[in-house]
Design a protein around this ligand. Structure first.
Ligand code: PHE
Ligand code: ZN
Length: 883
């Protein structure tokens, strides 16, 4: 069990940043592995930083460490020369000149249930150091602006740990007495401690190689649980494609002679970009057609790329402090999104990314956990690996590219790499490279990093046919967020087209009132008017094409105009958006009716628009699949914004789904039949798109009901030759409460028992079932032999999916869903505070609920807040949630 800090953690502030007083140039680690008593010897070359007073005490961070000895230049220090607690080692009066500090600590990897620092997973040893895990291995200046060259010697029993890995290149290895052996790794690139990694154990390996653009050969290795090697082929392929792409798109070549990835089954996050030794949650490595869905394949590709791309954006150039987290994360997400767009369909990728942005980031931005992309204060940094830092952070890079154009953007990136390679820098340094490379003033753009909240952009349009003039008036505002009551206007790039009656973009003459460059209107003032002359026909303005800014666009168009754009916009993103807007308008209306207990009205013109999309064979099937999906229940809740009744939303949405399924039954049946794939399974984007559309059709048929649809879905389940189809059929059957659901669930369980990642899907489908019995089912499943409170993937798939993927049951009117999650958070907090805190953030929209549920959610939060002890992680989330 973890020791839990009881005191209220004090806030860290960006404004208080000071350069480190001491620097550590090299560290030589000897790690003698033992399941409960691992001995770590760290020999560090330390010197005072410029400006540090002589004899300033040296304070090294620790966390739950047990100190064995301290030496300076080889001489053991007496007890009055230092002071040690598990969290801090102070050398009272260090030598004036450079010196060598040798510190010996003992750590217990088996007791490490929080999965930070050195821990065990499936009998193997592994480490996780971001953000502040290195201090759980040895005392160190555990901050990203201290860059050191690492040499790591690992010693272990040969039988227990035949494989010994660390960052960099293998420089030595051999046998030791008593059945032990050792390996020495050296990483020549100075790096912050958060990028340190070490892995040891019994692992299988898949090997390949890559030749870089300058002709260097790089060994590629993926290590997995023995026996799982055949499931690594797609990950390896994605890695090689990522390496090629970064050379072509950003001119970035890999720098070491070896690149290793290790898949582990116990991991708090998705994956980690440790230098030369990425550690992955195994769900983002392992795939074969029988066990992984098309979405899993796409995720693997994206995460492999993301971690690989960090080698330049994060590792070679790193963050000065953790406030700058978006410097590496937002930028690297942008890079992986661009990679996937180039590998697959750009429009489909953009729509999926924006869906994710809205459902996670917009929700976060609208509630008590809202924070700027670059926060200026934090209590627990682990709680800032958020949708805002990652996904909104990526949107800011995308806007930067829109503002500067592709060439300007590339010039800025090149200059950034040139100026800051090997440094730990800030968002200001990053933007300065773009400003300098292109001669652009980015001071207003910087506000995007500093101001939290989703700006609203209200538009009105007026067309004067005789004068052939179109006037668009924009008004921007940004709601108050914690600590930021008032916002300044931001630079909002609005990509646009004026769609004429034939669906083509109209040309126009002079533009007055605002800067328009290419297809972009630059809205920079609070109120901004732009007039286009020479507009020869009545236009429908298509605004914010490609979702060119992370804002909420309000007003401007009628339902008829959205319908027109849905059918005609040349920008596929805005076609999708137009359909979503139509659906959202309808659903908020029908939700109000359902809430008032009135019958839920239907809308034939909307059904016609859906039918037109479904049967338009000129459109990519993947696009059609996305366009046919209604906004999620949580998206509808966010749109409604206050007094939310999740049951009314579900009633309205289900009514519309069944109306669509009924009205378009013939189209869906024919889609289902014609999209059947004859060849062997391939995870490529086209094949995946056809499966997606076919499964959407099946789901609508089930939503409409009837025995024929149920029989079809049952056949789809049992006839499936891949996980995508099998899981889609099972999900539809379960959610439609079809009689065959039980049969499918039983079969699925028996078929995949013993495969934890697949059983996660089985947990998730049941946890998301929108029925009154689900909570007790989830409680019962916590006692299933495959479930474990100590494995983050199991917890996320059962408990996490219930909390975030089942709006009606988490938000049960009797409060039982809230209570269950509050108790789960408290239970988890004793073993893994990070996972507990993340689960607790499921409450982030509680204030928008109707009064009865709001009261029950608040009671559950207060119950958490009143518990002692609480981890700093949960303490931070609960106090901000209640603020
Ligand atoms: N830096 C990792 C990534 O985004 C995420 C991560 C953060 C992993 C903290 C573990 C711990 O690529
Ligand atoms: Zn990352």
């Amino acid at each position: 069990m973890t020791s839990v800090k009881n005191e209220t953690a004090s806030a860290v502030r960006l404004a208080d940043y000071r350069p480190p007083e001491y620097l550590i140039d090299t560290i030589s680690l000897t790690i003698a592995l033992d399941p409960t008593e691992t001995r770590v010897t760290a020999e560090m070359a330390i010197r005072r930083n410029n400006g540090t007073p002589r004899n300033a005490p040296l304070r090294l961070d620790g966390d739950e460490l047990s100190l064995q000895s301290v030496r300076i230049d080889g001489k053991r220090l007496s007890g009055d020369a230092y002071h040690a607690t598990p969290d801090l080692l102070t050398i009272t009066a260090p030598p004036e000149g450079a010196f060598t500090l040798t510190v010996e600590t003992l750590v217990d990897p088996t007791a490490n249930t929080q999965l930070m620092g050195l821990y065990r997973s499936s009998g193997n040893y592994c480490t996780q150091c971001e953000a502040e895990g290195f201090r759980r291995i040895t005392y160190f200046l555990d901050r990203p602006d201290v860059l050191a060259v690492y040499t790591t010697r690992i010693e272990a029993k040969k039988d227990d740990a035949p494989i010994l890995l660390a960052n960099g290149n293998l420089t030595d290895s051999g046998d030791l007495p008593d059945g032990r052996h050792y390996a020495v790794w050296n990483d020549p690139f100075p790096k912050p401690s958060y990028l340190f990694a070490m892995v040891a154990g019994s692992l299988g390996v898949v090997e390949d190689e890559f030749t870089t653009q300058s002709g260097r050969k790089v060994d590629l290795k993926i290590y997995v649980e023995p026996g799982k090697e055949p499931r690594c082929a797609y990950a390896m392929d994605a890695l090689k494609r990522s390496m090629t792409w970064d050379e072509e798109a950003f001119g970035r070549e890999y720098d070491l002679d070896i690149f290793m990835i290790v898949a582990v089954s116990d991991f708090n996050m998705g994956a980690m970009e440790n230098k030369g030794l990425n550690v992955f949650n195994d769900r983002y490595i392992l795939a074969d057609p029988q066990t992984a869905t098309d979405q899993d394949y796409a995720n693997i590709e994206a995460v492999i790329a993301h971690e690989y791309f960090h080698n330049w954006t994060g590792n070679r150039i790193t963050c000065r402090d953790w406030f700058q987290l978006c410097l590496k994360e937002g930028l690297t997400v942008f890079r992986d999104q661009e990679f996937s767009s180039d590998q697959r369909s750009r429009a489909v990728k953009r729509i999926s990314d924006v869906r994710l942005l809205k459902s996670h980031q917009f929700a976060e931005d609208a509630g008590p956990l809202a924070h700027p992309v670059r926060p200026n204060t934090y209590k627990e940094i682990n709680n800032f690996y958020t949708a805002t830092v990652y996904e909104k952070g990526a949107e800011l890079i995308r806007m930067l590219k829109t503002l500067l154009g592709p060439e300007g953007f590339r010039a800025g990136m090149d200059l950034y790499f040139e100026l800051h390679d090997g440094e730990a820098v800030t968002v200001e340094d990053f933007l300065a490279a773009f400003a300098d490379a292109t001669g652009t003033d980015l001071s207003q753009f910087m506000l995007w990093y500093e101001q939290a909240g989703t700006p609203a952009l209200a538009v009105t349009s007026a067309f004067d046919a005789t004068a052939e003039k179109l006037t668009l008036t924009f008004e921007q505002s940004c709601p108050p967020t914690p600590g930021q009551p008032v916002k300044k206007p931001m630079h909002i790039p609005v990509r646009f087209g004026l769609v004429g009656p034939d669906g083509q973009d109209l040309s126009y003459g002079a533009v007055a009132g605002a800067t328009v460059t290419g297809d972009t209107i630059h809205v920079v003032d609070e109120r901004h008017r732009v007039t286009f002359s020479g507009v020869k026909a009545p236009p429908v303005p298509s605004l914010l094409r490609g979702f060119s800014a992370p804002v909420k666009l309000v007003g401007g168009l009628t339902t008829g105009e959205f319908g027109f754009l849905a059918g005609h916009d040349s920008d596929p993103f805005n076609r999708w958006q137009a359909i979503q807007n139509l659906a959202m308008g309808l659903l908020t209306e029908t939700t109000a009716a359902a809430h008032a207990g009135k019958p839920v009205p239907s809308d034939d013109s909307f059904l016609d628009a859906m039918g037109a999309i479904a049967s338009d064979t000129g459109l990519d099937p993947a696009f059609r699949a996305l366009a046919l999906q209604l906004p999620g229940e949580t998206d509808i809740a966010r749109d409604i914004g206050e007094d939310v009744d999740p049951d009314a939303i579900a009633t309205a949405r289900n009514a519309l789904r069944s109306a669509i399924g009924t009205a378009l039954g013939d189209i869906f049946r024919s889609l289902y039949d014609t999209l059947a794939d004859s060849g062997p399974y391939s995870p490529d984007a086209d094949a995946a798109g056809r499966r997606a559309l076919r499964n959407v059709a099946l789901d609508y048929l089930l939503a409409a009901g009837g025995e024929a649809a149920e029989a079809r879905a049952r056949d789809h389940y049992f006839g499936a030759d891949n996980m995508t189809d099998r899981l889609a059929a099972m999900t539809s059957l379960v959610h439609a409460a079809a009689p065959a659901a039980r049969e499918a669930l039983t079969d699925f369980h028996d078929r995949f028992a013993g495969d934890p990642l697949v059983i996660d899907k089985w947990f998730a489908v049941q946890a998301a079932a929108p029925f009154a019995g689900t909570l007790s089912k989830v409680e019962e499943l916590t006692t299933h032999t495959a479930f474990s409170w100590s494995n983050p993937n199991r917890v996320r798939s059962l408990i996490g999916v219930f909390a975030t993927g089942n709006p009606t049951q988490f938000n049960r009117a009797d409060g039982a869903g809230f209570e269950f999650i509050a108790n789960a958070v408290l239970k988890l907090d004793r073993s893994n505070p990070q996972v507990a805190a993340r689960l607790l953030s499921a409450f982030r929209s509680w204030r928008a609920l109707e009064p009865e549920r709001r009261e029950r959610a608040e009671a559950a939060l207060r119950q958490v807040a009143a518990t002692t002890p609480l981890s700093a992680d949960v303490q931070d989330i609960v106090s901000r949630s209640l603020d």
